[in-house]
Design a protein around this ligand. Structure first.
Ligand SMILES: NC(=[NH2+])NCCC[C@H](N)C(=O)O
Length: 655
C-alpha cells in the first residue's frame, strides 16, 4: 500500500466545511473517525437527531444505522425495531420519528419504508465534504490507520502485529489452484491490514521437508541437470520428481510381481529363496530405501545432504520471488516446514503429554480430539519411527512464531480441504492450555477452482498460467490496431491485464465458493472482469489527458479549489455518493475479509462513472463546469486506483 505517501484531510478541514454548511460542531460518536470516513459523520449526526426525537442516547442509536445495498434505498437506513423500544406499534413509531425529525443541514427528511427509515444525504453538502477529502487524501483516502493501533487514544503504544501466512507451495510439486487462490486472497488480506495501520508480516510457509526431498535428491543424481536447475529450478525439479517417482513406482510393481511369483512357488512346494533374495536386492538398491537413508541424513543434519536440499530450496525461492513480484507480492519471511526446530516440536510434545492431551498408540503418539468434537477425529502427531508429521510441524511452528514475532493475530490462508487440519491444530493448542494463543489464530479458507488448464494442457505452474492468460490478452489487444499502437509497452500491458483477469475472476465470488477457471470469460472486457476494471481506470485517466490536451493550463489547476456546487446532475450526485462510501466499504471488509466486498463496490462505482460520461462531458464545456467535472473524474479515478491497489492489481493508465 502506498497509503503512507499521502495524508488524509484533518478534522480541522472537516470542521471548517461543516461550519459553512451550518453545523458548529463535528458530529462524532465515540470511536468514530469523521475526518476519515464521511459515513461516520452522517451516522453520528442522524443518531444525534433521532436521539432528540425519542429521548434515547445517540450511542445506542448509532449501531442501528446501516448502510444500504442500493442507493435507491437511501444512504443510511434505520430499522426501527433494532432500537429495541418496547410497547410501541413499530409502523406508527417509525412514522412518528419521521414526522418529528428536525430539519438537518446534512440529510433530507427521512423516507418511511414500513418499519424502516431511509436517510438520503443532501447532495451539495455531501459533495463539499467528500470531494476535497478524496482529492487531498490521495492514496490515503479510504484508509483508517487508527484501526491497527494497540490503543487509539495512545499512538505511542504502537501498532498491532499480524502474521498473514499465504501461498505456501511445496517445492518440486506443482503450484496448484489452491496455492494460487491462497496467494491472491492472502496478498489482499495483508494489504488490507497494512492499509489499516497494522504491522503486517507476510509469511510463506513452504512445503520443503519430508521423505520426498530425499526422493528428489536421489532423482537429481540420476536425472538432474545443473544447467536446467539454474535456468528453471521449479520446472526442472518437478520433472526430476516425476521421473524418480516413476522409477520408484516401477520398483514397487516389480516387488509386487515377485511376491506373486513367490506365492506360486509356495503352492507348488518349491524353494523361494532365490526370489526372496531378489526382493531384498531390489529393496536395498531401490529408490525408496535410498530416499529414506537420504532423508535420515538430512534429519541428522549432515552437511552434504542438507547442502543439496538447501540449493533446491534457495533456487526455488528465488524463482518464486520473481513470479510473486509480478503479482505485487513480497514476503517478509520465507519459512517452511523444514525450518521448524526439533526443540519446538519436542516442547510441544512434552506439553501434550503432561496435559494428557496425547497418548501412545501402537508405538506412535496420537491425540484423540473426539472428546472435544466428533468431527475432529484422532490425529497422529508422531510416527512409530519417531518422525514428525505435517501437523506436528504446524504445532511447533505456531509456538515458534509467537516467540519470534509476538503477534496479536495470525491468519492462515489455506484451502478448505484443510479445514480439518487447521481445526485440529487450533484445538490442540487450546487443549495444551493456550486458548489465548488459539484465539489469536484464524483459518481463512476458500473453495476449489475447477478446470484450471492452460491451452497447452493441464496447468502445473503459476508462470504457465500467467503467460497463457497474458498471451490471450495480447491477442485481444491486437484486435484494436489503433489503440494498440498507442500502448507504450504492449507486452507488459498484456501481462498486467492477464494477471488482473486471473485475480479478479478469483476474487469475484465469496471465498468459500468453488468457481470454474474460464479463460474466455475472465479475459473479456465486458461484464465484471479484471480487464473491465482496468479499462474503467484507463478511461478515467484518458479523460484527464484529453482535457489537458484541449486546455493545457488545466494541468496547473488545483482541483480541490474548483466550484463543486456545479456538480448538480443526478449522475454526478450518484457518483459522489459512491465515492463517499469507499472508507465504509473498507471498514466492512476488515470484518468480512472478503475481497468480493471491495470488488463489487468497485464495479458499481465503475459503472456509475461510465454511465456519467455521456451526460457529464468535460472537454467543450464552460471552464468552471469543465473543472468541476474533471475534479469528479479525478476523484473517481483515485478511488478506483486505491481499491485496485488493495486487491493487488496494477492500475493501467493506457491500454
Ligand atoms: N501452516 C500451514 N499448514 N499452511 C498451509 C501449507 C500448505 C501446504 N504446503 C500445501 O500445499 O498443502
Amino acid at each position: 500500500m502506498d497509503a503512507s505517501k499521502s495524508s488524509p484531510v484533518s478534522i480541522d478541514d472537516i470542521s471548517a466545511t461543516l461550519k459553512t454548511i451550518g453545523l458548529d460542531t463535528v458530529p462524532q460518536q465515540p470511536n468514530t473517525y469523521p475526518a476519515l470516513n464521511p459515513f461516520d459523520i452522517y451516522r453520528s449526526h442522524v443518531a444525534e437527531l433521532v436521539a432528540q426525537v425519542i429521548g434515547v442516547e445517540a450511542s445506542k442509536i448509532y449501531p442501528a444505522l446501516q448502510t444500504t445495498t442500493k442507493t435507491d434505498y437511501g444512504d443510511l437506513q434505520l430499522a426501527v425495531p433494532a432500537l429495541r423500544i418496547k410497547g410501541k406499534d413499530m409502523k406508527e413509531f417509525t412514522k412518528e420519528i419521521a414526522e418529528k425529525f428536525p430539519d438537518s443541514p446534512l440529510v433530507l427528511p427521512p423516507v418511511v419504508s414500513g418499519i424502516a427509515l431511509q436517510f438520503f444525504f443532501k447532495p451539495e453538502p455531501l459533495t463539499s465534504l467528500v470531494m476535497p477529502s478524496v482529492l487531498k487524501s490521495g492514496s490515503a483516502y479510504g484508509w483508517n490507520t487508527n484501526v491497527g493501533l494497540r490503543d487509539p487514544a495512545d499512538p505511542a503504544a504502537g501498532r498491532k502485529k499480524i502474521i498473514v501466512e499465504f501461498s505456501s507451495p511445496n517445492i518440486a510439486k506443482p503450484f496448484h489452484a489452491g496455492h494460487l487462490r491462497s496467494t491472491i486472497i492472502g496478498g489482499f488480506i495483508a494489504n488490507l491490514h497494512e492499509g489499516a495501520g497494522w504491522d503486517v508480516i507476510r509469511m510463506n510457509y513452504l512445503g520443503d521437508w519430508g521423505k520426498q526431498y530425499g526422493v528428489l535428491a536421489i532423482g537429481f543424481d540420476l536425472y538432474g541437470s545443473e544447467e536446467e536447475l539454474v535456468k528453471n529450478p521449479i520446472g526442472h525439479l518437478y520433472d526430476v520428481y516425476v521421473k524418480i517417482s516413476k522409477k520408484a513406482a516401477e520398483e514397487a510393481d516389480l516387488i509386487k510381481s515377485i511376491k506373486a511369483d513367490i506365492v506360486g512357488l509356495q503352492e507348488k512346494g518349491e524353494s523361494t529363496a532365490e526370489l526372496e533374495a531378489r526382493i531384498q536386492k531390489v529393496e536395498a538398491e531401490g529408490v525408496d530405501q535410498a530416499a529414506r537413508d537420504y532423508f535420515k541424513r538430512m534429519v541428522d543434519g549432515e552437511q552434504v545432504a542438507l547442502g543439496i536440499w538447501k540449493r533446491f530450496r534457495d533456487l526455488s525461492i528465488e524463482k518464486y520471488k520473481q513470479t510473486y513480484a509480478r503479482l505485487n507480492i513480497r514476503y517478509d519471511e520465507y519459512s517452511g516446514e523444514s525450518q521448524v526446530k526439533d526443540e519446538s516440536m519436542d516442547l510441544a510434545a512434552k506439553l501434550m503429554h503432561e496435559k494428557g492431551v496425547s497418548e501412545e498408540s501402537d508405538g506412535a503418539v496420537i491425540v484423540d480430539l473426539t472428546k472435544y468434537s466428533k468431527k475432529l477425529g484422532k490425529a497422529l502427531v508422531k510416527k512409530k519411527d519417531g518422525t514428525s508429521l505435517y501437523l506436528t510441524r504446524d504445532i511447533g511452528a505456531i509456538f515458534e512464531r509467537l516467540e519470534k514475532f509476538k503477534f496479536d493475530r495470525m491468519i492462515y490462508v489455506v484451502a478448505s480441504q484443510q479445514d480439518l487440519h487447521l481445526a485440529q491444530l487450533f484445538k490442540i493448542v487450546e487443549a495444551i492450555g493456550r486458548k489465548d494463543l488459539a484465539e489469536k489464530c484464524q483459518h481463512i479458507n476458500f473453495g476449489m477452482v475447477m478446470g484450471m488448464s492452460t491451452r497447452k494442457g493441464t496447468a502445473k505452474f503459476l508462470d504457465d498460467i500467467l503467460r497463457d492468460v497474458g498471451e490471450k490478452m495480447h491477442e485481444v489487444m491486437r484486435t484494436n490496431e489503433k489503440k494498440y499502437q498507442q500502448v507504450d509497452d504492449p507486452e507488459r500491458t498484456a501481462d498486467i491485464l492477464g494477471i488482473s483477469a486471473v485475480m479478479v475472476q478469483d476474487m469475484r465470488g465469496k471465498r468459500i465458493n468453488h468457481y470454474t477457471f474460464d479463460m474466455e470469460l475472465m479475459t473479456s472486457f465486458e461484464g465484471d472482469t479484471g480487464p473491465y476494471l482496468q479499462y474503467a481506470h484507463a478511461r478515467l485517466c484518458s479523460i484527464y489527458r484529453k482535457a489537458v490536451e484541449a486546455v493545457p493550463d488545466v494541468a496547473a489547476v488545483d482541483l480541490t479549489t474548483v466550484d463543486l456546487t456545479l456538480l448538480k446532475e443526478p449522475h454526478a450526485v450518484d457518483l459522489v455518493r459512491q465515492l463517499a462510501a469507499f472508507p465504509d466499504v473498507i471498514t466492512t471488509t476488515l470484518k468480512t475479509l472478503e475481497p468480493t466486498t471491495v470488488l463489487m463496490y468497485l464495479f458499481k462505482m465503475a459503472h456509475s462513472s461510465s454511465s456519467s460520461y455521456m451526460h457529464l462531458q468535460v472537454v467543450g464545456q464552460e471552464r468552471e463546469v469543465m473543472l468541476a467535472r474533471l475534479a469528479l473524474y479525478v476523484a473517481a479515478r483515485r478511488v478506483l486506483h486505491n481499491g485496485m491497489r488493495l486487491l493487488g492489481l496494477d492500475p493501467l493508465e493506457r491500454m
